[in-house]
Ligand binder design. Sequence first.
Ligand code: MCA
Ligand code: AMP
Length: 501
Amino acid sequence: MSPLSLDLSPDLFPALTEAQADPDGPGAHRPALHFGDRSLTYGELAATASPLAARVAEAGRIAVWATPTLETAVAVVAALLAGVPAVPLNPKSGESELGHIVSDSAPTLVLAAPGTQLPPALAALERLDIDIDTSAPAAGLPSPGTSDPESPALIVYTSGTTGPPKGAVIPRRAIATTLDALADAWQWTGDDVLVHGLPLFHVHGLILGILGPLRRGGSVRHLGRFETAGVARELSEGATMLFGVPTMYHRIAETLPDDPALAKVLARARLLVSGSAALPVHDHERIAQATGRRVIERYGMTETLMNTSVRADGEPRAGTVGVPLPGVELRLTEEDGTTAVEAYDGETVGEIQVRGPNLFTEYLNRPEATAAAFTEDGWFRTGDMAVRDPDGYVRIVGRKATDLIKSGGYKIGAGEIENALLEHPGVREAAVTGEPDADLGERIVAWIVPADPQSPPTVAELADHVARRLAPHKRPRVVHHLDALPRNDMGKIMKRALTHD
Ligand code: MCA
Ligand code: AMP
């Protein structure tokens, strides 16, 4: 597909529109969503999302309590049908993180599965239960084609180096573009059945993992939570594609020597895709050796959706994220952030900058942060450092900011955790770094100067403190106690001295 032939149609889900128009037609009976033993066909999805869309149509913005359930998928589809922007919330978010997201995004409603208890941070919001009722007629469903492609579809919160997470405003156009570019790269069709166990409050699990199959008219089988046994079961029962973060593939690689059945079904899968962080070559090789199959990597970001991928019809090359997707312009720049690196030599490192219809619109309420993220001529600065092979394959070699940690595929800002740690009465000073971890990629390490050196807070106490305030995946796994943090003449903490301690 050439970049120019990308379909920018604002009808995000043609298969749903078809099921709505012809509720008795064959398209309406095709499977759409499976979560455990609960499932919906396209006809049932249209029937249940339709009344919900009508109920939220007047809301300015809605929050979705994004548990890994059928309800979350239905709520997000309803919001998209209604043309109302949705803010997916991590149901494990702590009070301070939730409080920030709610006050920043100012939703008028929160949608949650019936029976779910919502935390005090959401008490002021009107609540709407996501009732899955497939008996309602789908007629009167707002047409997904009526919304402006530039209008905001989702606001996804993502961490920066300092301060609380920023809301990336993702327009409908970016979702349609990225999913169609992936369809081209992966030969992804309505016949594919995707399996994954990713969370539904980030781009990977929600946009690629739920909206992706729905845009193609195919189906997804969500595991509720990731387990290798669930992957094996779904692949043996007809799933064709697997999406995961490197931690999940690492766990698969660890399991394979003792699980020949898993090796057998992985060998038969059409496509195994990893993303959100780098998959170590060692895990690539272990999986290839046990299954004869190569995992392919794609590279994306909350702000850009997907930028590059190894193509299904291309050479799978471990340690690379493939080539730019159709419609995506990608360049490497020198230190000054504007001079393009021309070399395709596998050696010259530059920052990845991207441009294209896959990009977000802005950070909500943060015009300065938005302006700083782009060059004057509209390139988005990813902060990822890479080289290019002679044939254009991109290899990510690091990132510009050492204060961004990727753990389990989650992006975590060191500054955010430092601020939370400083709120603990037992902590006088705090610095946070990431260190290599075979399972998580990186693990969070806290370096603290205790308020009382005689009784420093324990790792469990600090982990609980951060998990309760921010989110469990942001908790430190290791804590070091110091008499003082190493600082330079300007008083700035020298993190390199900490990591090399
Ligand atoms: C342990 N737990 C605690 C505490 N200690 N909870 C509260 N306080 C504590 N002190 C709980 C955890 O909540 C969790 O509960 C369980 O113990 C185990 O936690 P943990 O070891 O942290 O994690 P895990 O369950 O082993 O998770 C590994 C994982 C996860 C499944 C790989 O990291 C994951 O889902 N990652 C996906 C990240 C992702 O989707 N990133 C996409 C963003 P319980 O067992 O009940 O859960 S990047 C993106 O979107 C871009 C665009 C891209 O390119 O993709
Ligand atoms: P997030 O902000 O959570 O969307 O994470 C985006 C970041 O994840 C990117 O800027 C990259 O640093 C990283 N990332 C995503 N996919 C890959 C990949 N396949 N290989 C290496 N890093 C990746």
